[in-house]
Design a protein around this ligand. Structure first.
Ligand SMILES: [Ca+2]
Ligand SMILES: [Ca+2]
Ligand SMILES: [Ca+2]
Length: 284
């Protein structure tokens, strides 16, 4: 009697524990949470706990069967998409893919540890389409996570923004033999003309980054009508200038502290404005 009462009690406890345990709604790729990336200044933040999830997709950089959850996002124009997992409480692995599968598809980023932490930070160039971010763990680990999406527009060619005080590039397609012909990919916020070819110089920063002031100029350093602008994935503020000195440009703007994606764009004022240029740069 006591025994069957105990069994009933234990059974009831197990039942209530079972009904109280909730898997993450985006545990499976097919039910990935939809992310609206929003405007180019939007930080989209999500949190969850992969201990409430099951392993589904192996990454190609850390192919452990770790519990994972899925986010689905759509890119409407050629863009850099950035994501980090800073302030998560376990050893995260992040990766992108474009199909629901037991393995990450080839050609997509996968990152384990960045910025001297166990958390992950990555950026990838995407053409218009729909993609997935997978939040996974090192060595089968799971835990509470926070992820942050950012994104910025991307030119036909992208370079890392140099640390150096002066660097050179070109929007002259004759000079750019060997790379895809440049087209007009991004638009400034301070000058209304369309058709100018552009190049993107981007960089990412870590959570400990203090920010400061970025200054850049093409004054005396370009033979065509330039437009310069500096955008960041975590603020709507854009430093932008068309004609500071004749037809050339100078910008100076606040760089936000912390982890973010940032990019300097060198654009032509119109479709007939292109050529070689150098930039004098001061960046924090
Ligand atoms: Ca990690
Ligand atoms: Ca442009
Ligand atoms: Ca100009």
């Amino acid at each position: 009697m006591i025994r069957s009462w105990m069994a009933g009690l234990v059974g009831g406890l197990l039942l209530s524990a079972g009904s109280a345990f909730a898997y993450e709604a985006n545990d499976q790729c097919g039910s990935a949470q939809v992310v609206n990336l929003g405007a180019f200044s939007t930080v989209s933040t999500f949190s969850g706990n992969t201990c409430n999830a099951t392993p589904d997709t192996l990454s190609h950089c850390r192919p452990y069967a770790a519990p994972d959850v899925f986010y689905r996002f759509t890119v409407n124009q050629r863009s850099l998409v950035y994501v980090d997992a800073f302030s998560s409480t376990y050893d995260t692995v992040l990766f992108f893919t474009d199909v629901c599968s037991t393995e990450q598809n080839k050609g997509f980023e996968c990152v384990d540890d960045q910025c001297g932490t166990l958390q992950s930070q990555m950026v990838q160039l995407f053409e218009p389409g729909t993609y997935y971010l997978v939040v996974s763990g090192f060595g089968g680990q799971c835990g509470a996570f926070n992820i942050h999406f950012q994104h910025l527009p991307a030119s036909d060619v992208l370079y890392k923004l140099p640390e150096s005080s002066q660097f050179s590039s070109s929007t002259d397609n004759m000079a750019n033999r060997g790379v895809p012909l440049l087209t007009d990919r991004t638009q400034s916020t301070c000058s209304g003309s369309y058709g100018g070819r552009d190049v993107t110089h981007y960089y990412t920063t870590c959570p400990s980054y203090l920010g400061g002031t970025l200054s850049a100029t093409t004054c005396g350093l370009a033979s065509f009508d330039t437009v310069l602008y500096f955008r960041q994935g975590n603020t709507p503020a854009v430093a932008c200038n068309d004609d500071a000195c004749g037809l050339q440009s100078t910008i100076s703007g606040a760089v936000t502290p912390g982890a973010a994606l940032r990019a300097l764009y060198t654009d032509g004022y119109s479709s007939s404005s292109f050529g070689d240029f150098s930039i004098n740069l001061s960046r924090p």
